[in-house]
Design a protein around this ligand. Structure first.
Ligand SMILES: *Cc1c(COP(=O)(O)O)cnc(C)c1O
Length: 374
């Protein structure tokens, strides 16, 4: 009986491979009988610095109001974002994490008989969101692990294509396309194709690479920029992100959004965090230092890695006859959680490691050295 019911679900839904999140600290503690406090998690690109005191104060102040529904239009956060990026409030769509906003794009613009273009080794949510809508995936082979924007532009000529997903920088490869390359891509892609430019790691770019993509919205009404408070702003657990888009695109996305998709604490925290430029600046500086330490550590162990523009680095650990899953398990035994990137990501010899605090990075490198020798 239950089997029959499940068959009512479209086959494209039933064949979705579930998203594999980073292993939670509590789960590893249970499985290995470890003390949670001794575990280092470098698996989900979270900010090791936590949150700043101003954001914490805003969260505490918001607690008094949680019996009420949040502002479904997120007025204050939208106002702050509009000012920051020089766009109208009508150009902003808020989401329960930027993941939610990506789903809204899929919900509003994909479906059976349509197609989406994305790159090999891209963020896992693009194939998932595409498939969940019954749309066809057009996967473009990567170039040096990054997006081959030339080939992607050509692929959008397929007349069923309505969405092109681009992560810049990309997760899990950390590869980056310069502002001029993105602009050239936008000029080549047909206007009927919505280009989703996912800038989850934008705040980790050096200032000279942080192009003003919001400015591109004026010339390209088919552009959707997504950003998040989960990474450099340290609010992954609260779930808040946003899209900047042409007002009519934003309007369509807002129609399929749950009326209260961003909770009141997340709204208050994000509004405060957006203002705390110093916190983000320090997160950037500490990340850069940590990234250099991890690169140096990998080189010291004779390992290759993909040069990264994010708060993580993807290291080729399958050497000396050991596989990446083996090294992953050996690290877990030592209380260090990183992220496997085989499977759907297609990086079978690599592991992705989030940049942690100086102490966490050192702990990881020590555990990695021991795991390679063992
Ligand atoms: C982390 C990440 C996101 C954002 O996730 P949310 O927590 O849902 O905002 C979006 N895109 C990429 C490429 C990411 O790595």
């Amino acid at each position: 009986m239950l089997m029959d019911l499940c068959e009512l679900s479209p086959s494209y839904v039933r064949s979705i491979a579930p998203y594999q999140p980073g292993k939670p600290i509590s789960e590893l503690a249970r499985e290995m009988g470890l003390d949670e406090r001794t575990i280092v998690k470098l698996a989900s690109n979270e900010n090791p610095r936590g949150i700043g005191p101003r954001t914490r104060a805003a969260i505490e102040a918001a607690l008094g109001d949680i019996a009420r529904y949040p502002d479904g239009n997120g007025f204050e956060l939208k106002q702050a974002l509009a000012k920051r990026y020089g766009v109208d409030m009508g150009s902003i769509v808020l989401g329960n994490g930027s993941n939610d906003v990506l789903e809204l794009v899929a919900l509003a613009f994909l479906g059976p008989g349509r197609a989406a273009v994305f790159s090999q080794h891209c963020f896992a949510v693009y194939p998932l969101a595409t498939q969940a809508r019954g749309a066809r995936s057009i996967v473009v082979p990567a170039k040096n692990y990054g997006h081959d924007l030339d080939a992607m532009a050509k692929a959008t000529a397929d007349e069923e294509t309505t969405v092109a997903w681009i992560a810049n920088p990309n997760n899990p490869t950390g590869t980056f396309a310069r502002h001029e390359e993105v602009e050239a891509f936008l000029k080549r892609v047909p206007e009927r194709v919505l280009v989703v430019l996912d800038e989850a790691y934008n705040e980790y770019l050096p200032p000279e690479l942080r192009g003003d993509s919001a400015r591109l919205l004026k010339r390209h009404p088919n552009l959707v920029i997504t950003r998040t408070f989960s990474k450099a702003y340290g609010l992954a657990g609260l779930r808040v992100g946003y899209a900047l888009a042409h007002p009519s695109v934003a309007d369509v996305m807002n129609r399929v959004r749950q009326p209260f998709n961003v909770n009141s604490i997340a709204l208050a925290a994000a509004t405060a965090a957006l203002d705390d430029m110093e916190f983000v600046a320090r997160s950037y500086a500490e990340n850069l230092q940590g990234l250099r330490n991890l690169e140096e550590g990998a080189r010291g162990l004779g390992l290759g890695y993909i040069p990264s523009h994010g708060n993580f680095i993807t290291i080729r650990v399958a050497v000396g006859g050991k596989s990446a899953p083996e090294i992953y398990k050996k690290l877990l035994k030592r209380g260090v959680i990183v992220r496997p990137v085989g499977g759907g990501y297609g990086l079978n010899e690599h592991l992705r490691v989030t940049v942690g605090t100086a102490a966490e990075n050192e702990r990881f490198l020590g555990a990695l050295a021991a795991s390679l020798k063992e």
